[in-house]
Write a protein that binds this ligand. Structure first.
Ligand SMILES: Nc1ncnc2c1ncn2[C@@H]1O[C@H](COP(=O)(O)OP(=O)(O)OP(=O)(O)O)[C@@H](O)[C@H]1O
Ligand SMILES: [Mg+2]
Length: 238
């Protein structure tokens, strides 16, 4: 597929005796929101780790913007425009929301420009007005959005979100979907791992189903939701 910005080809990842990825091939197109679903242990998080380079595949390759990045370390892939937000919150609780952003902004911006740039990122993730609040005093949802802010501070081309709606209220979940759509509208390619089907439905994006470390099904969310085989793997009978 010529529009692919990021792809994995026949990737295997073996941990001891566990085949976390077992011949996974998947392409993400430039400019899309792409949802990744699948039962617990399907290999979703391992897929992310091989994409960003915190794990090397046992075999197979990762291609980003036409370049084979399989052997590139994570920091080099980050410089090429790949960014991730894992499920845990990555901010420092004792620092303010604004101060947290100084760290990722330091590399690419002159010192004098950082506070303004940090405020702009906070506004982008819906935290305007909360600049000087210590992170530990923010709600769980606000902390999740700050973590997304930390991941987009360097203006990545591709953003990977591992379970961004986990533990959020219904209201916060809606806001998170809005934020994803907004960032995507500004041109960011976004890959989202989620278990919350209502959330994925609201994103209405192309969806890949992983099962036992392989691509099991792929299509528009409605097709996936109606797929009898996909329903069976969630019930544990396939
Ligand atoms: N570092 C590791 N060492 C050993 N086994 C691992 C490691 N990381 C993942 N695994 C195993 O690989 C398989 C895939 O794990 P992974 O975390 O990618 O699944 P997942 O689809 O993200 O699951 P979940 O929905 O529960 O987050 C699981 O069987 C898991 O136990
Ligand atoms: Mg996971």
């Amino acid at each position: 597929m010529s529009g692919a910005i990021l792809s994995v080809r026949d990737v295997h990842k073996v941990y001891g005796g566990v085949h976390a990825l077992n011949g996974l091939s998947l392409e993400v197109e430039a400019g899309e929101v792409h949802c990744v679903v699948g039962p617990n242990g399907a290999g979703k998080s391992t897929f992310f780790k091989t994409l960003i380079g915190v794990e090397r595949p046992t075999s197979g390759s990762v291609v980003y913007k036409g370049q084979d990045v399989t052997r590139l370390p994570a920091f080099r892939r980050a410089r090429l425009g790949l960014s991730v937000k894992f499920q845990n919150i990555s901010a420092f609780g004792e620092l303010t929301a604004l101060q947290n952003l100084f760290v990722p902004l330091r590399r690419n911006h002159p010192k004098a420009a950082i506070p303004e740039r940090a405020s702009a990122v906070l506004a982008k993730v819906g935290l305007a007005g909360l600049e000087d609040v210590e992170v530990r005093r923010l709600s769980h949802g606000q902390q999740q959005w700050l973590s997304i802010g930390l991941s987009i501070a360097a203006e990545p081309d591709v953003l990977l979100l591992d379970e961004p709606a986990a533990g959020l209220s219904a209201d916060e979940t809606v806001k998170t979907a809005d934020l994803i759509r907004e960032l995507n509208g500004q041109g960011m390619t976004i890959i989202v791992i989620e278990h919350d089907m209502a959330f994925i439905r609201s994103l209405n994006a192309r969806t890949s189903v992983l099962h036992y470390g392989r691509l099991f099904a792929q299509g528009a969310f409605d097709e996936i939701a109606a797929n009898a085989d996909v329903r069976r793997i969630y019930l544990g009978t396939a």
